[in-house]
Design a protein around this ligand. Structure first.
Ligand code: ZN
Length: 435
């Protein structure tokens, strides 16, 4: 065993040091929680902590690579072990610190009756998180545990009245809107008594006065790819393109987050919708829920009936090679509908306008191989579009880093802003608006 360890150590030493991100971290224990001051040569990191009664995880973003803040841990007075970790987006742990927390005299372990039947757990979404209520007659306290992809926490809660009725509101600032949150009521013995799920609500940015906004008059159809149901469909390939395609509509899944492509596309679609509306554009969505089923032809019909100038089909990429990353844009090639819109060169040029704005926003080099515009006959949903139409691959979910980013509300917003800039440039180019 020791020989094996030595060998492993030797191997680790032989790895080029440049592979590991340069990260320095200072943690200061506070009365309830800790403060962090982290410097990294990366603008994205993951901070996680695990204590006796509570744990959590956050994806942090800072363009300068400096991350400072405080994590509130209301139960840190209970003492015990606290582990704080800094990870890269690839989930590689770069810093791990362990502390033995002193038991605080001021900390009161909950006392009284903590065990009873839990009834009527009701969860409702709010713009910032969720509201909960339930009853556990005869109890003096319970624990509320909740987790989303971006954060999790355990909270000690007390009843609002003598009948053991509990209610309250929880904020999850780092959790993206419409993300599913799992909520559990845990009794004083640490046993889960009731579980439910709720989505976090949403507050859209305000829309301008009618006729105002730089995208006023532009109609955009957003088509968030996939949906919960994957039904094999046989569809004609496209106008002027012989043959049919059959597909099971399979989708990508996050390498580390395990999130599915249909959810990411919907989140991105809603964010993009609201940003476009806030710039004065009119937006129609092919779907705003994850249930149901829409074929490619159904989606094109929605775009056509809305009178859209442009249709954006949002997807995420996947590859067996987990290192592969970057953005791509696909447009139609030989479709008769597409040829009626503009020439192939123009199509490629307009696609590049969109791609470059997304690359700039997402922090990709314009010159490197992290993205292409490709015209192809292979996408039925592009071929049947009677307006300008692009399929946008927003990143590889098979790549741990891009998977983490696509799960982060902040990065989704960054990418959506890039798309808005791209739509703006295309609208100018096509004469839908004037400067
Ligand atoms: Zn897809």
């Amino acid at each position: 065993m020791r020989k094996l360890l030595l060998l492993l150590l030797l191997l680790l030493c032989l790895l080029p040091a440049a592979v590991l991100a340069e990260v320095e971290a200072d943690f200061t224990l506070l009365e309830t929680g800790f403060a962090y001051d982290i410097t990294a040569d990366d603008e994205w990191i993951v901070l996680s902590w695990d204590g006796k009664h509570e744990d959590g995880r956050m994806v942090l973003h800072s363009p300068g690579g400096r991350f400072t803040g405080e994590v509130d841990m209301p139960h840190s007075g209970a003492g015990g072990k606290l582990v704080i970790e800094v990870e890269e987006l690839t989930e590689k742990v770069v810093i791990r610190k362990e502390y033995k927390l002193p038991r605080s005299k001021a900390y009161k372990e909950p006392t009284g009756e903590g065990n009873a039947t839990v009834r009527n757990l009701t969860l409702t979404e709010t713009p910032v998180g969720f509201r909960y209520s339930f009853s556990a007659p005869g109890t003096d306290y319970q624990y509320l545990y909740f987790r989303s992809r971006q954060e999790s926490a355990m909270m000690l809660i007390y009843p609002a009245n003598d009948e053991g009725f509990y209610e309250g509101e929880v904020e999850l600032p780092l959790t993206y809107a419409r993300t599913l949150i799992t909520v559990q009521v845990v009794n004083g013995k640490g046993i889960m008594k009731r579980e439910g799920t709720v989505r976090k609500g949403y507050e859209a940015p305000p829309a301008p006065e009618p006729g105002q906004g730089r995208l006023s008059g532009v109609v955009v159809c957003i088509d968030p790819g996939h949906q919960e149901d994957a039904i094999p469909t046989k569809e004609p390939k496209g106008p002027g393109i012989p043959g049919y395609t059959t597909g099971s509509n399979g989708m990508a899944q996050g390498r580390t987050t395990m999130r599915k492509e249909d959810i990411v596309c919907l989140e991105m679609g809603m964010m993009l919708r609201d940003l476009l509306i806030s710039e004065g554009a009119t937006v129609v969505m092919t779907r705003e829920v994850n249930s149901g089923f829409y074929s490619n032809l159904d989606r094109c019909r929605v775009a056509e009936e809305s009178g859209a100038h442009i249709m954006l089909r949002l997807h995420c990429d996947t590859s067996a090679n987990r290192k592969k990353q970057g953005l791509s844009i696909y447009g139609p090639l030989n479709s008769e509908y597409a040829q009626a819109v503009c020439s192939k060169d123009e199509y490629r040029y307009l696609g590049t306008l969109l791609l470059n704005e997304m690359k700039k926003a997402g922090g990709y080099e314009l010159t490197d191989k992290t993205g292409f515009v490709t015209l192809s006959d292979g996408f039925v949903g592009n071929n049947w579009a009677k307006m300008l139409c692009f399929l946008v691959e927003m990143g590889f979910m098979s790549n741990p880093e891009e998977d983490q980013k696509l799960a982060s509300p902040e990065y989704q917003m960054i990418l959506a802003r890039g798309m808005v800039e791209g739509v703006y440039l295309i609208a100018l180019e096509r004469g839908w608006i004037t400067e």
